[in-house]
Design a protein around this ligand. Structure first.
Ligand code: NAD
Ligand code: MG
Length: 297
């Protein structure tokens, strides 16, 4: 594939990437995935769709956020990425790719479940990029638990603190800096409306994100700020290999979709570019499903 515009059969695309039964500790590293996820490093070709824009992408070190950060930079945006400090090595690789695209990169390590760290991520983006007009709230936590009896109060709390609170906090802190034309995009999930039995807490946070963004979209539209959502299906990322799914389920990961395979982060990036750029000017409160064909409401 030369670039994302290359004509190809979506059922056989990425047939060379094998979703393997690997298990990662902590929140997982892209660099330790075998096979590696495709972040579009070799293929994403920009056409100036985000010239001069200033973006913050949370969870921009790996997976969907990293593919989005690379695409944004190649479309002409300066990009700040926020991520957990233990994922510094992954983050530095993405920083280098943003800079190779000729854009400014800002690295923001820190745990955004902390209110002050979340606030600082917006403040630092504004200070170092000279403003913010794209916010991608994409950082997430997914830990599967089969039985409700084993889903601890702490884990339940951590999932909401990661997936819901920073979305609320960052929108609240970013909006005063955002000029009309700015765009906010959250990453929710097919889990929001088709929840798995072992993802009770996670699926609930994704439904919450969808509802929050539908409400915010209406509230912020009169200010000229568009809020939309991308809802991915099964995508090959460290989130899945670091406790997001049972390890023995990974070799079949994504095979239940009509396309019969897992998606790659590179296939998500164009959805974020579309929703971030002015070409989607009349798209507000939309959920763009990128899920290999699974039916959605
Ligand atoms: P990923 O692990 O590559 O990205 C998630 C990132 O979130 C991590 O890199 C991590 O640095 C960051 N993060 C997590 N907790 C954080 C915290 N407390 N503070 C700061 N950063 C934190 O995995 P991904 O699959 O690309 O996940 C991105 C988003 O996509 C998540 O919201 C996830 O729920 C969503 N999603 C993923 C899939 C999938 O199949 N992979 C499907 C639907 C939705
Ligand atoms: Mg990561």
């Amino acid at each position: 594939m030369a670039d994302q515009y290359t004509f190809a059969d979506p059922t056989t695309l990425y047939a060379d990437i094998d979703t393997k039964a690997i298990s990662q500790d902590g929140s997982g590293l892209d660099s330790e995935m075998r096979d590696r996820a495709d972040l579009g490093e070799q293929t994403y070709r920009g056409t100036g769709r985000l010239e001069g824009r200033k973006a913050l992408v949370t969870g921009g070190d790996s997976g969907i956020g990293a593919a989005t950060a690379i695409a944004f930079a190649r479309e002409g945006a300066d990009v700040a990425i926020s991520y957990l400090p233990e994922e510094e090595s992954d983050a530095q690789r993405i920083v280098a790719l943003i800079e190779e695209a000729g854009r400014k990169a800002v690295a923001l390590p820190g745990d955004i479940t902390d209110r002050e760290t979340s606030r600082t991520a917006i403040d630092e983006t504004v200070a170092q990029l000279g403003g913010i007009d794209i916010l991608v709230a994409n950082a997430g936590r997914q830990q599967y638990v089969n039985e409700i009896a084993d889903l601890t109060d702490e884990s339940f709390d951590e999932t909401f603190k990661t997936n819901v609170y920073p979305l609320f906090w960052m929108v609240k802190d970013a909006v005063p800096h955002m000029p009309p034309g700015s765009t906010i995009i959250a990453t929710s999930s097919i889990q929001a409306y088709s929840p798995s039995s072992h993802l009770v807490d996670y699926a609930s946070t994704k439904a919450t994100q969808n509802a929050m963004c539908k409400a915010l979209a209406q509230q912020l539209a009169p200010k000229g700020i568009r809020v939309n959502v991308v809802a991915p299906g099964p995508i090959w990322t460290p989130l899945q290999t670091a406790g997001g799914q049972p390890t023995d389920a990974l070799p079949d990961f994504g095979e239940q979709t009509p396309l019969g395979r897992a998606g790659q982060p590179a296939e998500l990036a164009p959805a974020y570019v579309f929703l971030a750029s002015p070409e989607s000017s009349y798209v507000v409160g939309e959920t763009l499903n990128v899920n290999g064909g699974m039916p959605t409401p």
